[in-house]
Design a protein around this ligand. Structure first.
Ligand SMILES: [Cu+2]
Ligand SMILES: [Zn+2]
Length: 183
């Protein structure tokens, strides 16, 4: 028995070294699966305008929005409160997700909304990405989850968000929308 045990320890040590750390332990005892939601952003005529991925963290949600096919410039992006994207105006997505009943914008003394995000900057290639972690936002399981009965939507606007003007940062028309279903 004893030689066999010793051999197993050696093998484990070699496997650990090949990864440069103890990552093999993570595969033996994986954590719970990530709570994630993704959607395609579509324009008024159904054209692909990007993708959004939301990942729930311990006490926050990480949001990544990638846009494409847009003219170079700065565009507002928000999480809106209804998961319904009916073009061409996308008013069906409702106002910004705002369970705390605050005003719009991080530069507004009475803001921001929980659904507010930084602007996305689109370069010469027509693409841009914004990464932002929203503290206190949960996709599911909280008293005010984003993915409640009527879902939510990621909306891109025609102009930049001034981060101040209630209720939507003076950001212009809604030009792309991606619905996030209830769950
Ligand atoms: Cu918006
Ligand atoms: Zn807002």
């Amino acid at each position: 028995m004893k030689p066999v045990v010793a051999l197993a320890v050696v093998v484990a040590a070699i496997a650990g070294c090949s990864h440069g750390s103890g990552t093999s332990l993570g595969k033996v005892h994986p954590g719970p699966p990530a709570i994630e939601a993704t959607t395609q952003l579509l324009g008024a005529n159904g054209e692909l305008r990007g993708t959004a991925t939301l990942t729930q963290l311990a006490a926050a949600t990480a949001v990544r929005v990638r846009v494409e096919g847009l003219a170079p410039g700065t565009y507002a992006v928000h999480l809106h409160g209804i998961g319904k994207c009916e073009g061409p105006k996308f008013t069906s997505a409702g106002p910004h997700f705002n369970p705390t009943m605050t005003q719009h914008g991080k530069d507004n003394p009475l803001g921001p909304h929980l659904g507010d995000l930084p602007n996305v900057v689109v370069g010469p290639g027509g693409t841009g990405t914004v990464d932002f972690t929203i503290a206190g936002l949960a996709l599911v399981g909280s008293t005010a989850p984003l993915l409640d009965a009527d879902g939510a939507a990621v909306v891109v606007h025609a102009g930049p968000d001034d981060y101040r003007t209630d209720p939507s940062g003076n950001s212009g028309d809604r030009i792309a929308c991606g619905a996030l279903a209830a769950r």
